[in-house]
Ligand binder design. Structure first.
Ligand code: NAD
Length: 397
């Protein structure tokens, strides 16, 4: 099959297995070029391990720390007629590379919010690794079925308190538009917290600890975004921000639980990057396009792998950058540099459809977006026939 990108809004409905594999190969190469992470974990569970920050975490753990990894994700396999999801192909490529490097890697494809998947993971750890030293929580999901009540919660991306009108880019047309968003209802806020807040993270740690599969000194981290004024209306002060603030509350109990045996729990703040999750957030694509322009000009542009590699080396397993006043680990320092934010703010206030390409790196954003799905990756022959059926070795069903 010859596969071309088919983009609809913030989704690309096709994927390219070879391009996805190449993305994974490059991330591995990046981490290897930085050398071994001293004192890194040896047995790691990554929840949300197939794309974005979770994939980068799995790659950093495996190829930076030589860790055995268990990955959990929710992806679709390709068929003869239809490509699978990018996370499927990324995971197939990760498993192949880990196998070649002699690194243990097994994955579970299923709903991480469910009790069944938690039990499956615990069985797998008991059988193969005994315990884990690090649990990375990197799920980003639009909905969650509650394991106790069966209730289905759907998250929304809305402001809280008052309506907001935000600049955004129509990614199909490449034009700037104003987007009006009504404030979320109490129920919408609660539902978003139920999906993206810390309850499930806490359920995971409780279940793993009760099953005795957390090693003494085990650590866990969940990822958050805070950003600055430009995105606060829709992010930190909006429904998704409410969910992220729930992580900040839950981490205290989780930390106390792990500290009893010398372990630790931290929320880690990462910068804004292009992922399937962030592409869906209003105002994020245009913010990213401007941010890319500013950070690339200063030579400080970073993607998922650069961020997570730095987080592991400097904060999670290093002491170059300790917790902030709120106890969070930070890798978003370069994005939040006041000079960077001031420049982004200046461009933001001037941007319109006519100067979009001049004042922002919209082309860079568009390319990174397509690369998430394996397209526009250098060195890949997109005219060549490709088999969309790619097995994931060591997938536990
Ligand atoms: N993208 C950003 O700019 C950014 C910035 C800072 C923090 N973060 C945070 O990083 C975390 C990961 O986000 P991302 O942007 O890498 O997202 P992503 O969409 O790239 O990855 C989401 C992962 O979750 C998995 N997943 C989704 N639903 C699942 C389910 N029900 N069961 C099992 N797995 C499931 C997917 O398979 C995938 O592996 C989130 O907490 C996000 O808020 C993202």
């Amino acid at each position: 099959m010859i596969i071309k990108p088919r983009v609809r809004g913030f989704l690309c409905t096709t994927t390219h297995p070879v391009g996805c594999a190449e993305n994974v190969r490059r991330q591995i190469e990046y981490v290897q070029s930085k050398g071994t992470i001293a004192g890194g974990p040896k047995r790691v569970l990554v929840l949300g391990a197939s794309t974005g920050y979770g994939l980068a975490s799995r790659i950093t753990a495996a190829f930076g720390c030589k860790a055995s990894t268990v990955g959990v994700f929710f992806e679709k396999e390709g068929t003869e007629k239809k490509p699978g999801t990018a996370g499927w192909y990324n995971s197939a490529a990760f498993h192949a590379a880990a196998g070649q490097a002699g690194l243990y890697a097994k994955s579970i494809n299923g709903d991480a919010f469910s009790r069944e998947v938690k039990a499956q993971v615990i069985d797998l750890i008991k059988r193969d690794l005994e315990q884990v030293d690090l649990v990375v929580y990197s799920l980003a999901a639009p909905r969650r079925t509650h394991p106790d009540t069966g209730e289905v919660f759907t998250s929304t991306l809305k402001p809280i308190g008052s309506a907001t009108t935000q600049k955004g880019v129509n990614t199909d047309k490449g034009t700037i538009q104003e987007y009006h968003l009504e404030p979320a209802s109490k129920e919408e806020i609660d539902n978003t917290v139920a999906v993206m807040g810390g309850e499930d993270w806490q359920m995971w740690i409780d279940a793993l600890d009760e099953a005795g599969v957390l090693a003494d000194g085990a650590r866990t981290t969940a990822y958050t975004y805070i950003g600055e004024k430009i995105t606060w209306d829709i992010y930190w002060h909006g429904t998704i921000g409410a969910a992220k603030q729930d992580l900040d509350k839950r981490v205290i109990d989780i930390r106390e639980r792990l500290a009893a045996r010398g372990g630790d729990a931290r929320v880690s703040v990462l910068k804004a990057v292009v992922t399937q999750a962030s592409a869906a957030i209003p105002a994020m694509p245009i913010y990213l396009a401007i941010l890319f322009k500013v950070m690339k000009a200063r030579g400080i542009h970073e993607g998922c792998i650069e961020q997570v590699d730095r987080l592991f080396r400097d904060s999670l397993y290093g002491d170059a950058s300790g917790p902030d006043a709120e106890g969070r680990l930070r890798a978003d320092d370069l994005e939040l540099d006041p000079a960077v934010q001031a420049e982004v703010g200046g461009l933001w206030s001037q941007i319109d459809s006519d100067n979009l390409h001049e004042l922002s790196d919209f082309e860079g954003y568009r390319q990174e977006f397509l690369q998430l799905f394996g397209f526009e990756v250098d060195g890949v022959d997109y005219e060549a026939d490709v088999d969309p059926v790619v097995p994931i070795p060591k997938l536990v069903s």
